[in-house]
Design a binder for this molecule. Sequence first.
Ligand code: ADP
Ligand code: MG
Length: 678
Amino acid sequence: MTLQTNVSQAGRSFKLYASRLENLGITTLEDFLWHLPSRYEDYSVVSKIADAQVGETVTVQGTVMDIKNQYLSRGRIKSMQKVLITDNTGTMQLTWYNQPYLTKNITNSTTISASGQVRQSGRFLTMTAPTYEIFYTAATSSIHTARLIPIYPETHGVTSKWLRRQIYNLLEQYKDELVEYLPEELLNQNHFMTIPEALQTIHFPANLEIAEKARARLAFDEFFLMQLSVLKRKQTWKTKQTTVPYAIDKHRKEIDTVVASLPFQLTGAQTRAIDDILTDFAKDKPMNRLVQGDVGSGKTVIAAIAMYAAHLSDYQSVLMAPTQILANQHYKSIKQLLEPFGVGVELVTGTSKFSALSSPFSILIGTHAVLSEKVTFEKLGLVIIDEQQRFGVEQRGIIKQKGKNPHLLTMTATPIPRTVALTMYGDLDLSYLNEMPKGRKKVITWVVPPEKRDGAYGWIRKQIQETDSQVFIVCPFIEPSESMSTVKAVKHEYERLQKEIFPDIKVGLLHGKLKAKEKDDVLLAFKEKKFDILVATPVVEVGIDIPNATIIMIEGSERFGLAGLHQLRGRVGRGDKQSYCLLFTDSKSALNSQRLKGMETIYSGAELAELDLKLRGPGNLYGTAQHGIPKLKVASFSDAELIQKARHVAQEIFPQLATYPKLEEKVALVTTKIISPD
Ligand code: ADP
Ligand code: MG
């Protein structure tokens, strides 16, 4: 066995855990070592029992004098384990609940070490449910007590204690397999610990300062390796075949005419993005550009103009969107804009017939159905991927294969800070939409506690009746995806609202299990104001555009990531009317209310993502949705300084990468793990 061995092949005890460990991102033995503590518990003060002060958190060590296993019939406490220990200075009573197996391991005269808070009960000093370990021999070193104890991200059935034991053993066993890959000069210049040292230290540090030093080294590596791999990709892209430049100047007037036909004026940011794209088109290398703009910043029209420019040079375009609803919506708006100018626009979603494509078309819009082998192009010049974070690398690869070096335009509302984009997508060109269309008002946002629910319903009714507003009511997913139980819950809520709360107002229902045509009909009816309230699952999250809807009410809002809530909130506030977002929550947790309160004052997707990052940790940065940004293990995307440094060092070293074979090997490993929009 080596560190690369798969967990499921690494012996029986591991095998049982394999699927649970996968939840934690652990698939090989090495992954254990990179499963880093989220914090430490300080049990480093070892005290004689006689010196232990009530209220203090300490470690005591002694021999077992007496042990009792009492069975009770008191509610949730079924049994109680009482262990009396002595260390020659005094005795202490250790108590556990519901752990009858404990008395199998601990017997009279066992030496144990226990860490926890000291309390007094009658004449006894006690500890309740202490962290403990048994010293089988005098030479046993402590892992779970008497030191700084690493606490890990856990998952169902995998405790920190179990992880700690495995990591401790693996570090012992595979010490020699952990090799340093950074050049020595680099280590020296930066006063970095070596890799074996850093990994050992971050799991089992002597103190917090040294743990921080280990973390700094590992965080640097994370960005540094990523950056090197991006530089490598960029080099590869440069050597790619060339394409035929589009005759942009020749068609400038026609493009301007379409822009002038829009019902609004483009923002400066939109104009700049379009110029960026047209400039790329005029070159002989395929474009690889990411347009990033917050919800509602107007990305669709940029895609439309780009496709029109391709059409003028006799190239076909394809626009791929993550949902049928969105594909339909794009199809309608783009057809409406471009058909008058003689552009053939077609739609392919899972349910539509491919035979419809026999007519010549310039623009194809669709869901992942466009990936089907049956969909072919005569001359595909431009591939656009909307909400690119929703697609996997493979899907992006397949669609590109349908043309010969087509230009690639990806669009996302995922708030990627510029530093992050540079690190992750250093090989891409970026257009930032840092400006919202004129006249947009901030969506007034309130967190609504249970006692204000009725009042809120009353207010919504008044808004509908007096200001002609339309309302989204969003129910959360019950399970990670749109399962039947979610659909059941949303149907139930729909009936309740229609019958009990709003009997005099027409309510509609939208969920992901409806057929494409049904979804489309519901949205169309809502757009045409055939009803005033739309009860929906988060299927409305991505991209849906109903400018007249001005209120969105979100149930169970604590279940969403802030970036997800921000996306939902972006469904309103699209016209010039004042809009509102009501976040309903029954959660009493202080953390949740702090998170949700953030929505009341913060309106930038990037800032909200940062807040979530701070409050909930990186795993939840972009909610449960796929996001196309790798989870960082150590570093934080908010650490701009470190990103800069890693970038700088990577750029310096890259030209000589071949002279550092170990580093080169490591970079190759990282590259296969990074998801990139190209
Ligand atoms: P997103 O960037 O979230 O994809 P959309 O492309 O769906 O945004 O645009 C949101 C709404 O704003 C649409 O109704 C669109 O017609 C409108 N819109 C786009 N650009 C402008 C603009 N420059 N001025 C006013 N409205 C605009
Ligand atoms: Mg969009």
